[in-house]
Write a protein that binds this ligand. Structure first.
Ligand code: 5AD
Ligand code: SF4
Length: 487
């Protein structure tokens, strides 16, 4: 019993990261095996998201399907985690009594304990406390076979934008230790990861002091990550415009590994709506940050999230958003109709915008965003892009790679051995959501470095053994003060 598990993940990249950690915990501590079908699993876990409307309904509708599976195989166990679990707590048992346990985003590290309780015959238990420090301390060391990985550096949010449920489901901002982050990035690099995305609900609010007393903000972390051998590309998400400091802007000048792509949600282009949302900045302040960023990195592409039909949004306010979209020319962005979230400050606001009008605005904004997105893609045609190869498809004989701007490129003339390498690709065709290109050359300073180290080690084998002898004699007499001696 409880040998296999299935995890269904909804929501943001943080949930994807959390589910990976859950999976590792179950494998490491109870030697459980992941399966890809709920029918085949002894343990069914649902990692939920509550950011927008109908989240709760979606959860109970999936649980209804799992109920039937459990009725057919009563030994199956069901756990519900994530933000809906944090928000609903005990109410989940009231509506779905066949659920065995409920845990929050900050208590998933206790999964091994929960499994033990299930094995001991217990049911209907819950822990949705905010224990981010415990979570950070008890997460397992990462294991991956991919070329890109996420690393959480910060959790929760203390901004309390009036529409947003995140501060209530994930708790206030908590930063992870510098040493733990750099160790995790190092472990991933050893496993062949070339691209790291630093994650946080408010990632640029990161502030920490390391064990030797040095102050670290996000810019300092990025700088240190960029020096870890093998790491060739860095991203971070999601940022807030208010904490987008000059040092972070300067990072785009100073750190070549930092990808020329930034997700910086603005939500609205109207000052009145930004104020009503409690965002803490104006449209012009956002535009000023973008101008400074573009000065530091001219080819930077920007993506954003937008909320439309926020209570009180007039046609003129909405037009301000369209004007801001034209001014920034965002790349692939997301827009959502405002949905009241229980417990948030905006939940009690009356919204008089008719549904047809909400949908019409969504369509107008989406059309504009698509148009800018396509024109960004079209500009890439005929250019040479440095892309990171993720995998190779033997059937189509194409490599799947990603540009700095996070666009997928299917590359002809590549080889299966290129996974994990940065290559130059000539972009020949443009599609709505991807590109097609042709392999031109390997373009990977880390590979060059490794090859030259390898050559050096062959050529200087003799010289190296002399150096090794010198080091040994330095270490043994312990009195070496020579600067040329690195031991
Ligand atoms: N209604 C609609 N969209 C929302 N978002 C957050 N809360 C709400 C809400 N109540 C959107 C924001 C945020 C993205 C992750 O989800 O645009 O940036
Ligand atoms: Fe939500 Fe605002 Fe925090 Fe983003 S910054 S997670 S929108 S409260």
């Amino acid at each position: 019993m409880l040998k296999t598990f299935y995890i269904e993940t909804w929501g943001c990249q943080m949930n994807v990261y959390d589910s990976e950690k859950m999976s590792q915990l179950l494998k490491n501590t109870h030697q459980m095996t992941a399966v890809s079908n709920p029918e085949d699993a002894d343990l069914l876990l649902l990692n939920t998201c509550s950011i927008r409307e109908k989240a709760e309904e979606k959860v109970f509708s999936l649980l209804g399907r799992w109920r039937k599976l459990k009725a057919a195989s009563p030994e199956k166990r069901i756990g519900v985690g994530g933000c809906v679990a944090s928000q609903e707590g005990e109410r989940i048992f009231d509506r779905a009594p066949y659920v065995d346990f409920v845990f929050g985003p900050q208590t998933l590290q206790q999964l091994p304990l929960f499994i033990q309780r299930l094995k001991d015959g217990q049911s209907h238990f819950l822990n949705i406390d905010f224990l981010p420090d415990e979570k950070f301390d008890q997460l397992p060391t990462p294991q991956t076979s991919g070329v890109s990985a996420f690393v959480t550096i910060q959790e929760g949010c203390s901004k309390y934008c009036k529409y947003c449920i995140v501060p209530f489901t994930r708790g206030p901002e908590v930063n992870r230790k510098v040493e733990d982050i750099l160790k995790e990035v190092g472990m991933l690099a050893i496993q062949g990861v070339r691209e790291i995305t630093l994650l946080g609900q408010n990632v640029n609010a990161y502030r920490a002091i390391d064990e030797s007393g040095r102050f670290f903000d996000l810019a300092a972390l990025l700088y240190h990550c960029s020096k870890i051998p093998g790491i060739g590309r860095l991203r971070f998400t999601t940022s807030h415009p208010v904490e987008f400091t000059d040092t972070l802007i300067a990072a785009y000048k100073d750190i070549p590994e930092l990808a020329s792509h930034l997700h910086l949600p603005v939500q609205s282009g109207s000052n009145a709506i930004l104020q009503a949302m409690g965002r803490g900045h104006t449209a012009q302040e956002y535009l000023d940050k973008i101008a400074a960023l573009k000065a530091a990195r001219p080819d930077l592409t920007i993506t954003s999230d937008f909320i439309i039909a926020y209570p009180g949004e007039t046609e003129e306010n909405f037009m301000d958003t369209l004007r801001l979209v034209d001014a920034v020319q965002f790349d692939q962005s997301f827009c959502f109709i405002y949905s009241p979230r229980p417990g948030t400050l905006a939940a009690s606001l009356e919204c008089t915008i008719p549904d047809e009008e909400k949908h019409a605005r969504l369509k107008r904004l989406q059309a504009k965003l698509d148009q800018h997105s396509l024109s960004h893609r079209e500009k890439l045609k005929g250019t040479i892009q440095r892309v990171l190869v993720e995998s190779y498809d033997h059937e189509t004989q194409r490599a799947k790679a990603r540009t700095e701007g996070n666009v997928i490129v299917h590359v002809n003339d590549a080889s299966p051995r290129m996974a994990g390498l940065f290559i130059d690709a000539l972009i020949e065709d443009v599609f709505a959501h991807s590109l097609r290109g042709r392999f031109l050359a390997i373009h990977d300073p880390y590979l060059d470095q490794r090859m030259s180290d390898h050559r050096m080690s062959k050529e200087t084998n003799g010289a190296q053994s002399i150096e090794k002898n010198l080091r040994t004699s330095c270490e043994s007499n312990n009195s070496c003060t020579s600067h040329s001696c690195s031991s």
